[in-house]
Design a binder for this molecule. Structure first.
Ligand SMILES: C[S@@+](CC[C@H](N)C(=O)[O-])C[C@H]1O[C@@H](n2cnc3c(N)ncnc32)[C@H](O)[C@@H]1O
Ligand code: SF4
Length: 348
């Protein structure tokens, strides 16, 4: 499948027009729950976290395959290792015929017990997000004392991959802030022996959702997230993200659901892809008419008022609250998200 850089180039190449061909790749956000609460991430502020229903997961896989999709990222705003059926979903998708299934994870739950079935099911690549080079800083940045555990999980997966001679690619990314910039090389030297590629990332404003990140790092005014510094963002032309509620968003980092372009509970994937809402939105990108859209804030590192594309799907935020992240252990025993979401149903 080539290097990460080759993949990124392939994804951004293509025709920028109102009605592009159906994409080869999309993201399926299985859950918005997360067990961490990274300081630079909007996830801990999401109020109504949820997990995709199994029937919806199966339906999206089937429809996407029929539309010609080959690659799926099984994550977006949450932590997919909290999903009990992750391995089953990967096996299901592989059985349908998808060629490349990939995941980005904080890795704390990628323990041998949980990671083995996921890898055996046919995952093609796994990217660990580790946003510090020391245990103390990690705890401050990611909100949990999981640095040693994550490195242990990474080493185990690397060994298991080699033992089984699987063609699984293993990557590590690190988002750095002012505080952690000096730890980038430190982390790189810790993980290099176990990975195929090292992929550090600049801090962003999370596509306009985290303007407060300007106080913890340098964010380019031409936000690098996703658009490779092109004048037109590639995301609305090259893909979409299915949210855990079963809506379709034009952007992978749409915590606020400002860019929902359709609802799979009412329409099909291709109806949404070809629909007027998505087409009008693409037209606004092509004509640089982005005022009032979160895209303006994303691309210009601004904090202007935003009108959602479909206001009925807009998500509210609460104040950042570390306790709002899902604890994946109870009484020292690992649990999956559905037990957690049951417990949190009232408070969320
Ligand atoms: C939102 S997370 C979801 C998947 C999983 N929970 C994880 O952390 O990998 C996806 C990726 O976005 C990155 N990310 C989160 N906030 C970011 C920010 N403000 N700037 C740049 N990358 C960010 C994370 O480090 C991670 O690699
Ligand atoms: S691990 Fe961190 S970056 Fe990933 S979704 Fe959770 S809070 Fe956000």
């Amino acid at each position: 499948m080539g290097s990460l850089a080759q993949r990124k180039r392939l994804v951004t190449l293509g025709k920028y027009k109102e009605a592009p061909e159906f994409p080869k790749e999309f993201f399926l956000d299985l859950t918005s729950f997360c067990n961490h609460s990274c300081v630079f991430c909007a996830n801990p502020m999401i109020k109504n976290k949820t997990t995709m229903q199994e029937e919806m997961v199966h339906r999206v896989f089937q429809e996407a395959y029929e539309c010609g999709v080959t690659d799926i990222g099984l994550y977006a705003t949450g932590e997919s290792f909290l999903v009990r059926k992750l391995a089953d979903y990967i096996a299901f998708a592989k059985n349908i015929g998808f060629s490349y299934l990939f995941i980005t994870t904080n890795g704390a739950l990628a323990t041998p017990e949980r990671a083995k079935p996921v890898i055996d099911a046919g995952l093609d690549s796994i990217k660990f997000s580790i946003s510090a080079g020391t245990r103390n800083t990690y705890k401050k940045i990611q909100g949990r004392d999981d640095f040693d555990l994550v490195l242990k999980n990474l080493r185990w997966i690397s060994r298991y991959r080699d033992e089984k001679k699987y063609d699984l690619k293993i990557y590590v990314t690190m988002v750095y802030t002012n505080e952690t910039q000096s730890e980038v090389e430190m982390l790189e030297s810790l993980v290099r022996p176990f990975i195929d590629e090292w992929d550090p990332h600049e801090l962003t404003n999370q596509c306009g959702n985290m303007p407060e990140n300007n106080s913890i790092g340098d964010i380019r005014s031409e936000n690098p997230r996703g658009r490779g510094r092109r004048r037109v963002c590639y995301q609305p032309f090259k893909g979409f993200t299915v949210t855990p509620e079963g809506t379709v968003s034009a952007c992978i980092i749409d915590y606020s659901r400002d860019l929902v372009v359709g609802d799979l509970n009412q329409s099909t994937l291709s109806e949404i892809w070809e629909g007027e809402v998505y087409k009008n939105f693409r037209r606004r990108h092509l004509t640089r008419n982005l005022d009032g859209l979160i895209c303006h804030n994303c691309m210009n590192n601004a904090e202007e008022p935003v009108d959602p594309l479909l206001p009925e799907y807009k998500h509210d935020y609460r104040d950042r609250n570390i306790e709002s992240s899902a604890d994946a252990t109870i009484d020292g025993k690992e649990v999956y998200f559905d037990e957690i979401s049951e417990m949190n149903r009232d408070s969320d």
